[in-house]
Write a protein of this length. Structure first.
Lengths: 292, 472
């Protein structure tokens, strides 16, 4: 018989590979980024070799930089609209699919989930072609068939375009989670509500949603953090432009670090993003009553 | 009920029987192990040791992942590997395609250099060489070049442009001449004379006539989406068309505010305000696609800037968007200037370079020398000829060269003697980024040229440092 102590040692040993990976590829780079954020290190040029400790200068510079503050506010807006849109779409689809008898249920499920299996960069390239300017864009070609003039989507409504593409990409994830939650609600509970005269709206708002609130919160946490760190979709679609109209924090950090080669400044922006993500994570965790 | 289940799960202070203390110990051990593992990598053999070994040495070569570039470099790699085998030398080269676009390629190069993993040999654009050299990422090739037989045949202007603080970090010989390219057929069809515009007013007159004919007038690369191209194919030349410095050699400072810079920005404002410039296309994520690959080949755009590669890479028979009857349909104008003397810009200073961390500089140099050999270049040119040769004897050694690409490359060589150059200096990458932003603000009419120049000066002071800039 294995003693309690041996069992704990065994468990700890099993965890070693995972912990090593997390420490090596997440914790240490994060600590290194925090260190770099207090220096003026550049990726190229003289300051890539000889760099100095500059204290909180990078943070002061960022927090007084209108472009960075603009990118934070854009990211918050993007997160808000993405969460609202995906929640509505994901929940609506999940409710449809939760019905016992639905014609084409499997097809609908596959259609909603399909975008999730396409790599983000490929999705962005597909949408670049869809939203291309003038008569070269697929969407404009389709609109042309019904007599609507070509629209420069990524120039005239870049944030809306990016957000809508995100709806398409990720609503399937919300749907899967919500559907899993809805499927777990005992059928008797719903039937009892119906017998008591609850309308469909009341059943949704008083029974279904409260019973899947942990699933919703978990999705919200993951989606919010994903939105804060979004890069590939926006970079491939607009590269943060035109101008700075889609320069979300992820793009700002990339530009500072790998376009302007200011590693110190880019790292400081990353640390600020990390802090914001942590705060949001803690708030959600508190709402979920999870102890971290 | 669900709530209580969740609370029971999450309120437990231990996870699966492992106490928090055990977890902390585990993490501390793992951190220590990871640090030790990281430190361990610094104890590998010093770079030079492998050179002494007779073991086969395979060098990596990075170049942009563009079909024609890869094919052309592939010719040199194959002949080098074959030659080394015949000569019994243990050296070989393996191609390593990098990202395709200039922006992404430069980022990849800089990230690799920062991580100390730059391939042995890298093909570099001129605007990144000085910064990479200052960061200690590139090997100084001056000694090898001084002993190189072919050096005496390199055009003097290219030798001069290749020097960074008196040293060579790339193999001189690669060059491209930059001008306006215009659609002769489109102008002729609309009865617009295609005389060389000597001043910017002449150029504006042409743009106005083209625009009145219902054709998009000009694509002058600008804004952030085009990245380095906004500088290399556009702004650099426009700035140089006005009198005054861009870089002060005597003070080693970039000029970030001057009458010349203001006039250059005003050119962009004039073109944008009059709707002569393809502003919408320039704000596209890949602005060269709607302009150079769609509108210009279709004759919907009359004028655009660029270098010699456009004859082949963009519009040649195997290029991105071939133009039938290219040489009859497309002509070149030199850049207009303030003093009425048009000029060609000779872009050079980039080319193959060697990583400072290469295990075998001799082998890498042998490859560079091999690439520049007339017989190898002549063979590679059959696949892709993207610019004029920088060697004054190349046409004699490779007779085909005279007639390749309709003789356009030989024609371009004549500008080496009279063309303007701008040497690559430390900080150019930042100047390029600043100019991208400034031109974007101007062509979108978000800022006046004055405002854009003030913002540019402030940004450059911030990123280059007050001691590296001057306001003239």
């Amino acid at each position: 018989m294995i003693s309690r102590r041996s069992e704990r040692t065994m468990l700890a040993l099993f965890l070693v590979p995972a912990v090593l990976i997390v420490v090596g590829f997440t914790v240490l780079p994060a600590l290194w980024a925090i260190y770099i954020s207090f220096t003026n290190r550049a990726l190229t040029g003289e300051r890539s070799i000889v760099y100095e400790f500059v204290g909180i200068a990078n943070y002061v510079k960022l927090l007084s930089n209108p472009l960075f503050l603009h990118s934070i506010s854009l990211t918050l807006l993007y997160t808000l609209w993405t969460n609202v849109g995906q929640f509505v779409l994901g929940l609506a689809t999940a409710l449809c699919l939760n019905r016992a008898k639905l014609l084409g249920k499997t097809f609908l499920l596959a259609a909603v989930v399909l975008p999730m299996v396409i790599p983000a960069v490929i999705q962005s390239l597909i949408w670049s072609s869809m939203l291309a300017m003038g008569e070269y864009g697929t969407l404009n070609l389709i609109l042309g068939l019904i007599g609507i003039s070509p629209v420069m989507w990524l120039r005239e409504a870049p944030m809306i375009s990016v957000t809508l593409v995100n709806f398409w990409n990720n609503s399937g994830f919300a749907m899967i989670l919500f559907l899993a939650g809805l499927e777990n609600i005992p059928r008797e509970v719903i039937e009892a509500a119906h017998i008591d005269g609850a309308s469909a709206w009341h059943t949704l708002t008083r029974i279904r949603l409260p019973l899947i609130k942990y699933v919703i919160m978990l999705w919200l946490l993951l989606n919010t953090l994903g939105c804060f760190g979004v890069f590939d979709l926006v970079y491939t679609l607009t590269r943060g432009g035109p101008g700075d109209r889609t320069q979300l924090v992820g793009i700002f950090i990339y530009d500072q670090s790998f376009k302007f080669y200011e590693l110190g400044l880019g790292s400081a922006a990353s640390v600020i993003l990390l802090c914001i993500s942590l705060i949001i994570g803690l708030i959600y965790a508190r709402m979920l009553r999870v102890t971290l | 009920m669900n709530e209580s289940v969740n609370n029971d799960l999450y309120d437990d202070k231990s996870v699966a029987g492992i106490s928090r203390r055990t977890m902390l110990r585990l993490m501390a051990t793992a951190t220590g192990a990871a640090v030790l593992a990281g430190c361990g990598t610094t104890t590998s053999a010093p770079a030079g040791d492998a050179a002494a070994s007779a073991e086969p040495i395979e060098m990596s070569l990075m170049s942009p992942d563009r079909e024609l570039d890869q094919k052309s470099v592939g010719v040199a790699i194959a002949s080098f590997n074959e030659r080394m085998k015949k000569e019994g030398k243990p050296w070989s080269v393996k191609g390593m395609p990098g990202p395709a676009t200039d922006n992404d390629y430069n980022t990849k190069i800089n990230v690799s250099a920062g991580a100390g993993t730059l391939p042995d040999i890298v093909m570099l654009g001129a605007n990144v060489v000085a910064d990479l050299a200052a960061g200690g990422a590139l090997a100084d090739l001056s000694g090898n070049i001084a002993k190189w037989d072919n050096y005496s045949h390199v055009f003097p202007v290219l030798k001069e442009a290749n020097l960074i603080n008196g040293k060579n970090y790339t193999l001189p010989g690669a060059a491209s001449t930059f001008t306006f390219f215009y659609r002769k057929d489109v102008l002729s069809k609309n009865s617009i004379k295609d005389a060389q515009p000597n001043t910017w007013d002449d150029f504006y007159g042409l743009c106005d006539n083209i625009s009145k004919a219902g054709v998009a007038a000009v694509c002058l690369p600008a804004a952030t989406a085009w990245g380095g191209g906004s500088w290399q194919e556009g702004f650099r030349q426009v700035w140089m068309s006005f009198n005054g410095e861009i870089y002060s050699d005597s003070e080693s400072k970039w000029v970030v505010s001057s009458p010349g810079l203001l006039k250059a920005l005003t050119v962009y404002q004039t073109l944008a305000k009059n709707k002569w410039l393809t502003v919408d296309a320039l704000l596209n994520p890949n602005p060269w696609e709607p302009t150079k690959y769609q509108m210009f080949p279709k004759g919907e755009l009359a004028v655009c800037t660029g270098g010699d590669w456009q004859w082949t890479f963009d519009w040649g028979p195997t290029g991105a968007t071939p133009i039938d009857g290219l040489f009859e349909k497309v002509g070149r104008w030199q850049f207009p200037s303030e003093d009425g003397k048009p000029f060609v810009f000779v872009g050079t200073g980039g080319g193959p370079a060697v990583s400072a961390k290469t295990k075998n500089l001799d082998a890498a140099w042998a490859f560079l020398e091999h690439m520049a050999r007339a017989d190898v270049a002549c063979e590679a040119n059959k696949v892709y000829l993207g610019g004029p040769s920088g060697f004054d004897n190349f046409a004699e050694l490779c007779p085909d060269y005279k007639t390749q690409v309709g003789g356009k490359m030989v024609e371009a060589t004549q500008f080496f003697a009279t063309g303007k150059i701008l040497r690559n200096r430390v900080g150019e990458s930042k100047i390029v980024d600043g100019i991208c932003r400034a031109t974007e603000d101007v062509i979108t009419l978000k800022s006046t040229p004055d405002e854009a120049m003030a913002a540019f000066a402030a940004a450059m002071k911030d990123s280059l440092g007050a001691d590296k800039i001057k306001q003239a």
